[in-house]
Design a protein around this ligand. Structure first.
Ligand code: ATP
Length: 491
């Protein structure tokens, strides 16, 4: 993770927001190459989700919408995480990410340990328990440490659980619900009547426009509405770089189906579609998993949710959630707005409020997964190199044009003409300075799949040397072959 974060900064992918003022927690800025990668991720998704499907249309709704939408959707009352404060250090934690356990020696409770959720928390808690036993100079057998979420603590235990910040007990509060929506005011007045929210998800913009699209588009059940856009959540503990931030982008799609449709099959089809799409942007199957939410943990309206997980450097975590939301959202909006959300189904000649299957993915979270999957260190001719093996669709530059020598006008001119032609269709990079090996290395580090060198042979037969980033193999190629290679690989 440290290597990825350092590379992102060094090569201008991602910066901490407001860095010159010491940074601003939970916000990030994307530099020149990060912007290209993010745009490539969104373009690939849009192309495959909207352009290449006949049953999905696009939408771009506003970020701030009527607060009634968030009342109807349940976000005003229920979009919260349990939080716990340390009164001593003023640190704030998510209660479901703070774990604790009683330390039991020879059957007797001698104190508590606490740890923050991560892949190694069990080992950390065991070490803390052993330290406590040593500190108290107690002999006897330490019982196995059984960690529980702070939300499951008995109120009598709050006082006894040590704060992760100070290591001392007595400063943690009881868990309280904290609404994650950012509030603002719309209009000149700043009172309770002007409160509005920055959207915490793009999905509600889709439900709120569902009627407009049904009335104006030629959509027929089953069909989907897709949207890409910013979402904001006042996360209690933003962490793990861009994995969990307070401002992020989502790519969501609501797929409307008949209430009588076989939703389980539809759900499975979307999970499979999402996994194969992830393959197409460079996420291999072995880095993915599936997490089926147990029935008792589902929201009351949900019939089933499966997360596609990814093996991040800090553990396997949710990447893409695929939820069957029934007709909860549309019926809520029907009730709150008084407008009918029914659709007339030509095929069955019946009217109903459709159900939905929703694949919801974070652009930034996928960006981190792509960085993780692409990051590679290897050795070429005895020299260590860092190479980002981005899928060509995602790579910020598709091709680099390198004239062998910058003081030979014939070479530079031929290279320039190729570069200009490439630029019309692709993001290409020009680099004329430094030894050729160094130039290759610079392109490897930002993941440029191909480098094309214009050398003296080019002046004889008009072929170039093309070098493959992953294998470092080189061969001679003609201009038209280069363009067909790019066409084929950048589908
Ligand atoms: P989590 O449990 O990680 O908070 P969630 O289940 O609340 O996520 P959803 O509401 O299902 O997430 O959002 C859909 C997708 O949006 C997630 O799968 C994730 O990719 C992305 N996402 C959600 N919250 C954040 C965040 N704070 N920062 C970056 N991406 C996020």
């Amino acid at each position: 993770m440290d290597a990825i974060v350092a590379l992102c900064k060094r090569r201008g992918f991602i910066f901490q927001s407001s860095e010159i003022y010491g940074g601003y927690n939970g916000f990030f800025d994307f530099g020149p190459l990060g912007t290209e990668i993010k745009k490539n991720i969104k373009d690939a998704w849009w192309k495959d989700m909207v352009h290449r499907r006949e049953d999905v249309v696009g939408l771009d709704s506003s970020i701030i919408m009527s607060p009634k939408i968030w009342q109807a959707s349940g976000h005003v009352d229920g979009f919260s995480d349990p939080m716990v404060d340390c009164k001593e250090s003023k640190m704030r934690y998510r209660a479901d990410q703070l774990f604790f356990a009683p330390v039991i020696v020879d059957g007797e409770n001698v104190g508590y340990v606490s740890v923050l959720e991560d892949g190694e928390m069990q080992a950390e808690a065991e070490e803390k328990a052993a330290n406590l036993k040593r500190k108290l100079a107690i002999q006897g057998e330490l019982a196995p440490i059984e960690l529980k979420e702070y939300t499951e603590a008995d109120p009598s235990e709050y006082e006894k659980i040590p704060s992760p910040a100070t290591g001392e007990s007595g400063s943690l509060t009881a868990p309280r619900e904290f609404n994650l929506m950012f509030q603002t005011h719309v209009g000149a007045l700043s009172d309770s009547t002007s409160v509005a929210y920055l959207r915490p998800e793009t999905a509600q913009g889709i439900f709120a426009n569902y009627k407009n699209i049904v009335d104006t588009g030629r959509v027929k059940i089953p069909f989907g509405i897709a949207q890409i856009g910013k979402a904001f959540r006042n996360e209690i503990t933003p962490r793990n770089f861009i994995f969990r931030s307070r401002e992020f982008e989502q790519m969501e799609m609501e797929y409307f189906i008949s209430p009588d449709a076989d939703w389980e099959t539809c759900h499975r089809e979307w999970i499979d579609w999402c996994k194969s799409w992830l393959n197409s942007v460079g996420i291999p199957n072995e880095m993915m998993g599936e997490d089926v939410h147990p029935l008792e943990k589902l929201s009351h309206y949900s019939k089933g949710t499966t997360d596609i997980t990814f093996k991040f450097p800090f553990g396997e975590q949710e990447l893409w959630g695929i939820a069957c939301r029934g007709n909860f959202d549309l019926t809520q909006h029907q009730e709150y707005s008084g407008k009918s959300m029914e659709i007339f189904d030509e095929s069955t000649k019946s009217k109903y409020v459709p159900h939905v299957v929703e694949p919801a993915l974070g652009v930034d979270r996928l960006f981190l997964a792509i960085l993780t999957a692409a990051y590679c260190e290897d050795e070429i001719d005895g020299e260590k190199r860092t190479v980002m093996k981005f899928h060509p669709r995602i790579a910020p530059y598709k091709v680099a044009v390198l004239p062998l020598l910058k003081n030979k006008p014939e070479l530079v001119e031929r290279a320039q003409s190729l570069y200009e032609k490439l630029q019309r269709r692709h993001s290409a990079f020009w680099d004329a300075s430094g030894a050729i090996g160094r130039r290759y290395r610079r392109m490897d580090e930002v993941g440029t799949p191909w480098c094309v060198t214009i050398d003296f042979d080019t002046l004889e037969d008009d072929t170039f040397t093309i070098r493959d980033r992953d294998t470092t193999e080189q061969k001679r190629i003609k201009e038209e072959e280069l363009f067909s290679l790019l066409d084929e690989k950048l589908y």
